[in-house]
Design a protein around this ligand. Structure first.
Ligand code: FES
Ligand SMILES: [Fe+2]
Length: 337
């Protein structure tokens, strides 16, 4: 029995960057402890199925694609996009047992990601018009695989108090440790909050922000935290230049997650992608050490656990909202007992 909250199966989760799922090769991954194979038919559509051949339990992701079918690597049984086995090379005659199939899941491609829902989805994907507007450029960073639950990774992405200490000179300044006041508003499954805070100056190594011309660099950050594991963050410096961060975590297993971070900008369109990619590799690398050390590996959603101060309002509201929506791990344990 899975230890995840059942409702997590009713959410869309990312399972790969779309570019990682190439035309002629199945892609194996894992979501909420379920092994998945993602592959494409000739029309380019991506499909998600249980990564298990009904014949002898082989991983279909080790196979290949032929005649618009996914072929098992062991005895070459062919599965079509509905998950049905439509060809058994060893079998004479046409009839194929109806039991010969694998489970098919809902799958869609958007924002350069492949998304899977293991059961009927209850929330829509976040709307990010900038990502579907040709004048913005998107850069894919990561993905970042961590030995932690996805809840710890998403909380870290939105934790303000650590910037000066974990990312000095890049996202914060130890001389300015105070977190600006902000309030969190919850609408359905989305937390809304904004902060204005002094910007750390761009470093020579990572000139990625649009704050060069501003005398007192200030960064305005508008956040939407979409439960369970997505954040849309819009950054501005008072002018036309804008940046959109889309972070979303893939819950792989209880102690493993993978974060995808896509960054859109309407300035510096010619800057090589490697600038932002190297910058995020550095930031996520600094965070990884900290988050992988946290115990328990999952966020303890009960507010009586850990110690919360006022500047932790995002974490407090995240935990509360996850419990209210029935998406938390402990909630499920309580119900199960
Ligand atoms: S195990 Fe897949 S075809 Fe035999
Ligand atoms: Fe961080």
């Amino acid at each position: 029995m899975s230890k995840f909250a059942e409702k997590l199966f009713n959410c869309w989760h990312p399972v790969a960057y779309a570019r990682e799922v190439v035309a002629d090769k199945p892609h194996g991954t894992k979501l909420l402890d379920e092994h998945l194979v993602i592959w494409r038919t000739a029309d380019g559509n991506a499909h998600a199925m249980r990564d298990l051949c009904i014949h002898r339990g082989t991983a279909l992701s080790l196979g290949w694609i032929n005649d618009d079918c996914l072929v098992c690597p062991y005895h070459a049984w062919h599965y079509d996009e509905s998950g049905a086995c439509v060809k058994i090379p060893q079998k004479e005659g046409l009839s194929i047992p109806t039991k010969a199939r694998t489970v098919k899941y809902r799958c869609q491609e958007r924002y350069g990601l492949i998304w899977v829902a293991l059961d009927e989805p209850i929330y829509d994907l976040p709307e990010i018009p900038e990502f579907e507007d040709g004048s913005w450029k998107m850069v894919e960073t990561g993905p970042y695989e961590w030995k932690s639950d996805a809840s710890r990774q998403v909380e870290n992405f939105t934790d303000f108090g650590h910037f000066p200490w974990v990312h000095p000179g890049l996202l914060g300044d130890p001389e300015r440790p105070i977190v600006p006041k902000y309030t969190v508003e919850i609408r359905d499954n989305v937390l809304h909050y904004s902060v204005v805070r002094p910007e750390a100056p761009n470093t020579d190594d990572f000139p990625v922000f649009a704050n060069e011309e501003v005398l007192k660099p200030e960064r305005r950050s508008r956040y939407e935290l979409h439960l369970p594991y997505s954040i849309v963050l819009r950054l501005g410096w008072g002018g036309q230049a804008g940046m959109v961060y889309f972070y979303v975590g893939q819950p792989i297993s209880e102690n493993k997650c993978k974060g995808y971070c896509i960054i859109g900008r309407n300035y510096d369109l010619d800057q090589p992608d490697s600038f932002l990619q190297n910058f995020e590799d550095t930031i996520f690398g600094q965070d990884k050490v900290i988050v992988e050390s946290q115990r328990p590996e999952q966020v303890p959603f009960d507010l009586a656990d850990e110690l919360h101060l006022k500047f932790d309002a995002v974490a407090i509201n995240y935990r509360r909202a996850m419990m209210q929506q029935g998406l938390d791990y402990y909630h499920y344990l309580d119900v199960a007992e």
